[in-house]
Design a protein around this ligand. Structure first.
Ligand code: MD3
Ligand code: FE
Length: 217
């Protein structure tokens, strides 16, 4: 039994979990907007469908990707880069929805980074079994800007490594609505995602959608 005094109040936000200086998890930060975010993802994907990119080494990525915003992250046999055009159809990427920009700005601010104005949003889609091996994000022009990541749909275990690939990685569970902000000294950490377990979410079915907001130029 609870007192009932606070029954009408919205759930109070959880305090940010600091992974290390510059990196923090904002649990449930995107929960209230999740349905609208997913609807906007569908609209982006109607114009720029999810696809499995090929790494410079010729391997097909198990994560399906698309982008919105001025710049999109792409990979092919010639390397990784940010490009204004979708290589599948030669068109510009769909614009970044205002809702996305606002959420990225507010999450970065909550983590202590003022004025974050992303020009790229990479949208990753995971199915059960999909993984993302340890890597660094180093295709952006200026590592002073943070990266904001939004998890939607089925849960994932995130790997949080060190400055070297061989450094021991921590495992962090990320669920629907969680937002993580990475900046400062944490910006170039190795990171990845373990193979997703079979699961279902009412808004995404058997998928996890991850939005990563970057200032690429
Ligand atoms: C830590 N995506 O797209 S988001 C990626 O869940 C990527 O889809 C993962 O890694 C995903 O590149 C993890 C969290 C993330 C994104 C960028 C980072 C963590 C980061 C950059 C630096 C350090
Ligand atoms: Fe990454």
């Amino acid at each position: 039994m609870t007192l009932g005094l606070f029954d009408d109040l919205p759930p109070s936000p959880l305090p940010p979990e600091v992974l290390e200086p510059g990196a923090m998890v904002l649990r449930g930060f995107a929960l209230a907007q999740a349905a609208d975010l997913l609807q906007a993802v569908q609209q982006v994907a109607a114009q720029a469908p999810f696809r499995h990119l090929v790494t410079p080494g010729g391997l097909r990525m198990s994560v399906a990707m698309t982008n919105c915003g001025k710049l999109g992250w792409v990979s092919d046999r010639s390397g990784y880069r940010y490009d204004r055009m979708d290589p599948d159809d030669g068109q510009l990427w769909p614009p970044m929805p205002a809702l996305f920009k606002r959420l990225a700005l507010e999450a970065a601010q909550a983590a202590g980074f003022e004025g974050f104005a992303p020009d790229a949003c990479l949208i990753n889609r995971y199915a059960p079994g999909t993984r993302l091996s340890l890597h660094q994000d180093r295709d952006e022009g200026n590592y002073a800007h943070p990266i904001v990541s939004v998890s939607l749909g089925i849960p994932a275990v995130f790997l949080w490594g060190g400055a070297q690939r061989a450094d021991k990685a921590r495992r962090i569970a990320l669920v629907h609505g969680d937002v993580v902000v990475w900046g400062g000294p944490a910006r170039l950490r190795f990171h990845g995602v373990l193979p997703l377990r079979e699961a279902s979410h009412p808004l995404t079915g058997a998928h996890r959608i991850n939005l990563t907001f970057r200032k690429a130029s």
